[in-house]
Structure formats: structure tokens, C-alpha cells
Design a protein around this ligand. Structure first.
Ligand SMILES: *Cc1c(COP(=O)(O)O)cnc(C)c1O
Length: 479
């Protein structure tokens, strides 16, 4: 059906000035700026006009907008404009390091550290003892050395930048040897071959997709070889008839030929996570101990800190990396640095309370704690609404961030059966509510995983579900 001709109604839409000059709207000037109010009216009018043009039937214009009914709509528009675009979301997905939801929530101390330097000047690049220019790298280098055992280290914008910077510094115009099985793409279009191209290094692939042997690396070495690179396979595994060359063998080969070995660890773990049942990956300390020359990993994956890329390694390489002009391009900012210093201090000075770091706390959360949370939420929802289709059940969560992709963590979830409303409609309401909740859909249910919910959020969730149940009911009645 073609759009109805609503032109005659369009002409009756009041002008911005007409609306602005009503006494109701004038009173708004006590609360909001003229600019804000005009912007809100503009947006509202544009929205109405577009809506009327797209209507299939002649609209009842007065229902849409009149001088009398404009005020609450303008107020709502102002609230919409004022609301931040980047905002608090409850992660009920059960993926602990969820890249789309901002990865690691910071520890309380790290947040305080950011606030401590955000609104004032700081000694970011100023040596207070000497009264002269200092380096931003100094704020975390000794911590990185102490924690990892490496000779030197620095932090940059993120791990992708760290890899690019290392390759550009040490392998530009030369060759980098890497196993075919490790030419991975990590979400958000980080592809090793692309990074390699950007760095000006030439990729030398060795082995086959499923099997690479030490002799494949050895045979590829020539006078153009600058680095032997190993990349953590992240969220990808080759199983079955496969083999990869271990780091220690590569390190031995590298030192025999005087070629540095670099390992992009991806997540990078400063504690042995076998106590969480997570095994198979080396810690950063073990990787340093194995003699790997350059190591990179993310600050906001298993480390549980802010977005950052950590580079560790031999002093001569780190010095060279710091002097590369590209280091200036990918440098870490002061707010991140404050949070990173605080996070690293937790590892260095308070390892007994390492679960102050939310990512670690979530990974370590006991089933009984998670069950208790689910029970509390289910009980509160049932008390507050006639909506009774909520229950608790066992399920599994994921580490995320490319770490331990095959490992399921046993968890408890709040399970919602929204029938007669469709699953995706209920999920959509949860996601677009006042406090958005990102849930997952599985086996014809909406599941809220208790593992990735922050302690303070537990008491907020029943209210969100009740709000959604109400709008779901309204939605069904209007159908
Ligand atoms: C996540 C990851 C990266 C990218 O790290 P960012 O901090 O997101 O830039 C690079 N390499 C590997 C192996 C990864 O897992």
C-alpha cells in the first residue's frame, strides 16, 4: 500500500517558535538551556513529520502532536539527548571477558586511581624529584619487571598496537616466520597477516594448517629473518591430527640462530589459573622464564585491567621499541595508565586478595554463590509481579576474550520463559530497558548468567525484569 497523503496534516504541524512560545515550554527555560530546548523541539518535529509521511493511513494529527501535548514529549526528548550514549549495561551473557561489553570491569581501586588524576594535572611525563621531563613509561615499568621477571617492559594503547609496534621496530623490511596454523583472525578484524603488512615486515608462513614442525621453521631461516613469531590461537583450536611447535623449542632454535622469538600471548595471565580449573596456557612469568625475547598481551582480558597492550622483553629490544616514532602514535593515555598501575599493584602487593579484580572474582565464583544470587532474583521477581515464569537452573559460562575457548565453567542462571511473548521480543525489551541487560537465549529460554553480574547489580535485576514483564504485558494487549 502506498503511503497515505498526509501533506494536509503536515502543514498543521506547529513551528519551533510556536511551541517554544507556549507558557509551558517557556517554564522549561528555568531548568534547561534555550539551545537544548530548541534542539529537542527540532528533533521531535522531524520525528513526527517522518512518522506521518511513512504512515499507511491518514493520521490523526492531533494524536501525534499539538501545542497542548508537546510538553511531556519535549521533556522526554531532552532526557534522551542528555543520556550518555556509552552507559552502564548489565552483562548477563556469562561471557566474562566480553569485548562488545567493554571487556574487564575495573577494580574499585583502579576506578579511584582514574578519578585521582582525571580532573587535575599529574606527573605523567614529569620527574618530580629531578624537576625535569620524565617518561610516562616509568609509572609501570618496574611493576612489570617485578611481576613478570622480564628485563624491561612498556604499556601501549592495546595489544594490537603492541604487536604492530614490535614488528615495525624489529622486522620492518625483513622477514617474520610464523606457523600457518597461527595466522588467526581475532574478532574485530585483527588479522595477523594484515598487521604484518602494516608493519612493513614480510610474512613467511611455514607448515600446514594443522601441522607445523620445528624443521619447517629451521628451513625458513635465512639472513633476512628478523623474528620467529608465535601467536596464541585465541578462540580457535585445531584438534585431531595436529601438531604445533612449543615455545621452548622455538626459543632454542632462535638462540641457535641469534634470531629473537616473539610470542603474542593474547590474554596473558599473571596468575596460574589452574586453581580455576583453567589449564593449558603458560603464565606470563613462565613465558619470560622460557627465554622468549618479546612478549605481548592485553591489559583488559584475563589481567582484568584497562584497555592496554603490555610489551615485555629484553632491554635492548624494549629500548628500541620505545624510540620508534610509532610508539608515540600508540601511546597509553594517563587515565589508562592510572588504572593499569593500580591493577598491577594489586597483583604485586595484594595477591592474597587478587579477587578484588572483578574478572578474577567472576572466574573464581563458586557455584553456591551463583545459585544464591539466582535464588534471590527469582524470589524477588515472583514477589513483585504476577509474572511467574522465572526459575533457576544450571548452565555453563565462558571465559571469553579468546582465552580457554573450549572450557565451560559450570554456573547458575535465572531462566525466563516469556511465552506468550516471543523470546526475541522479551530479550529485546531487556536490552533496551532503563538499565539494559544483555542476556542469552538458549533452549527456548532467556538465560541470565549469574557469573558475570557484579555484586551491586544483583539487587537491581528484579526491578528490570518486572519492568520488562510489564511492558511485555502491555505489548501483548496492544497486539
Ligand atoms: C585479543 C588478542 C589480540 C588483540 O588484543 P587487543 O588488546 O584487543 O588489541 C591480539 N592477539 C591475540 C592473540 C589476542 O587474543
Amino acid at each position: 500500500m502506498p503511503a497515505a497523503n498526509n501533506n494536509q496534516y503536515l502543514r498543521r504541524i506547529p513551528s519551533v517558535d510556536e511551541i517554544l512560545n507556549t507558557t509551558d515550554v517557556q517554564a522549561l527555560l528555568l531548568q534547561f538551556s534555550h539551545t537544548m530546548i530548541v534542539k529537542a523541539i527540532h528533533l521531535l518535529l522531524t520525528e513526527k513529520r517522518n512518522r506521518m509521511l511513512s504512515m499507511k493511513e491518514p493520521c490523526q494529527f492531533e494524536k501525534e502532536l499539538s501545542l497542548k501535548t508537546a510538553l511531556p514529549q519535549i521533556k522526554a526528548k531532552i532526557r534522551e539527548i542528555e543520556a550518555p550514549s556509552l552507559k552502564h549495561v548489565i552483562n548477563a551473557s556469562g561471557i566474562v571477558v566480553h569485548t562488545n561489553l567493554g571487556r574487564a570491569p575495573l577494580a574499585e581501586d583502579a576506578v579511584k586511581a582514574i578519578c585521582g588524576v582525571a580532573g587535575c594535572y599529574s606527573n605523567l611525563e614529569f620527574d618530580l624529584k629531578e624537576g625535569k621531563r620524565g617518561s610516562r613509561y616509568d609509572h609501570v615499568e618496574s611493576l612489570l619487571r617485578e611481576l613478570s621477571g622480564s628485563e624491561a617492559g612498556l604499556a601501549v594503547n592495546n595489544n594490537a598496537a603492541a604487536v604492530l609496534l614490535c614488528l615495525s621496530t624489529l622486522a620492518q623490511g625483513k622477514q617474520v616466520i610464523i606457523s600457518r596454523g597461527e595466522l588467526v583472525e581475532i574478532g574485530g578484524s585483527f588479522r595477523i597477516p594484515d598487521i604484518m603488512k602494516q608493519s612493513g615486515a614480510t610474512l613467511v608462513e611455514v607448515g600446514s594448517t594443522n601441522r607445523t614442525h620445528l624443521r619447517d621453521y629451521r628451513e625458513a631461516i635465512n639472513e633476512q629473518t628478523a623474528i620467529i613469531l608465535k601467536v596464541h590461537m585465541s578462540n580457535y583450536r585445531i584438534v585431531g591430527f595436529s601438531s604445533e611447535v612449543g615455545l621452548s623449542e622455538l626459543n632454542k632454535l632462535g638462540s641457535e640462530h641469534n634470531i629473537p622469538v616473539m610470542f603474542d600471548m593474547g590474554s596473558g595471565n599473571l596468575i596460574d589459573s589452574s586453581f580455576l580449573g583453567l589449564t593449558g596456557d603458560l603464565t606470563v612469568q613462565d613465558t619470560v622464564k622460557s627465554g622468549t625475547d618479546i612478549i605481548t598481551f592485553s591489559g583488559d582480558k584475563l589481567l582484568g585491567g584497562p584497555q592496554a597492550g603490555i610489551i615485555l622483553g629484553r632491554d635492548m629490544f624494549i629500548q628500541k621499541i620505545k624510540r620508534n616514532p610509532l610508539a608515540r602514535v600508540v601511546r597509553i593515555d594517563k587515565l589508562t595508565l592510572a588504572a593499569l598501575e593500580s591493577t598491577l599493584k594489586n597483583y604485586a602487593h595484594n595477591p592474597e586478595h587478587i579477587d578484588n579484580i572483578p574478572v578474577i572474582r567472576m572466574l573464581a565464583a563458586s557455584e553456591s554463590l551463583l545459585k544464591k544470587r539466582a535464588k534471590k532474583i527469582v524470589k524477588a521477581v515472583k514477589e513483585q509481579t504476577p509474572f511467574q515464569n522465572v526459575s533457576l537452573t544450571r548452565d555453563t559460562s565462558q571465559v571469553g576474550g579468546g582465552a580457554y575457548p573450549l572450557h565451560d565453567l559450570p554456573t547458575w542462571v535465572v531462566s525466563i520463559d516469556p511465552a506468550p511473548l516471543a523470546l526475541n521480543e522479551f530479550e529485546n525489551l531487556l536490552r533496551t530497558g532503563t538499565l539494559p541487560i544483555v542476556a542469552r537465549i538458549s533452549k527456548e529460554r532467556i538465560l541470565l548468567d549469574m557469573r558475570t553480574i557484579l555484586p551491586d547489580e544483583v539487587s537491581l535485576i528484579p526491578g528490570c525484569i518486572v519492568e520488562v514483564a510489564k511492558s511485555a504485558k502491555a505489548q501483548l494487549q496492544s497486539h
